[in-house]
Design a protein around this ligand. Structure first.
Ligand code: SAH
Length: 192
């Protein structure tokens, strides 16, 4: 079987993330990505996680504690568009994960939205270390999902190819509008 979208995101991030690194989970949700990042950066690394819903922070904290890694994670109840305010400009981020849409089982009105998603993505691109990666899983099945996915795609298509590689991983023949994945890697600064 081909690797699922979520597993591919983990695979691509795991390739560049290791002990002592700084990583960001831009959408905590149920905390699966946060746990993955926390395990990957080890006891000397750090993970910063954002979500606007208290329920997402509670769920994530519970998951991290159950695995004994809560001490290396800072959970912030705020929108990921405030990323800049929570990161020291001199500490590059090695990996950022976005899992867009709404929290399964929670209020579907609390959903990621194009303007704030793009603001966060721009900050993430600026703060990313050279060689660092960003993963974005987009969902098109819910109201507003397709518009958000298009906004993300439009932004990523306009990113300078000398600064970032951008790819899309997508199961293109599935009937039920499955989620798909964008991956970015930051390249060495370009000198003309
Ligand atoms: N769609 C995924 C889960 C995504 S969870 C799935 O089906 O598995 C997305 C999370 O993003 C939710 O917990 C939601 O509260 C959060 N969110 C919404 N707007 C946000 C924002 N501006 N900043 C950070 N998190 C946000």
């Amino acid at each position: 079987m081909l690797t699922s979208v979520l597993a591919m995101a983990h695979h691509a991030i795991a390739d560049v993330l290791g002990d002592g690194d700084l990583a960001v989970d831009a959408t905590l949700g149920n905390g699966h990505d946060t746990l993955f990042l926390a395990e990957r950066v080890g006891p000397t690394g750090h993970v910063l996680g954002f979500d606007v819903q208290a329920a997402a922070l509670t769920q994530t904290r519970r998951r991290l504690e159950a695995h004994g890694v809560a001490d290396r994670v800072t959970l912030v109840q705020a929108g990921h568009e405030s990323l800049d305010a929570h990161i020291a400009a001199d500490r590059p981020i090695q990996a950022v994960m976005f899992n867009l849409g709404y929290l399964p089982g929670a209020d579907k009105a609390t959903v990621t939205r194009p303007a704030t998603t793009l603001a966060a993505l721009e900050s993430a691109c600026a703060l990313l270390a050279v060689g660092g990666r960003i993963s974005i899983v987009v969902y098109v099945g819910h109201e507003g999902g397709a518009a958000e996915a298009d906004a993300v795609a439009g932004f990523l298509q306009s990113v300078d190819q000398r600064s970032f590689q951008v790819i899309r991983y997508d199961f293109i023949n599935q009937k039920n509008t499955p989620p798909y994945l964008f991956l970015l890697e930051k390249l060495k600064p370009y000198h003309s």
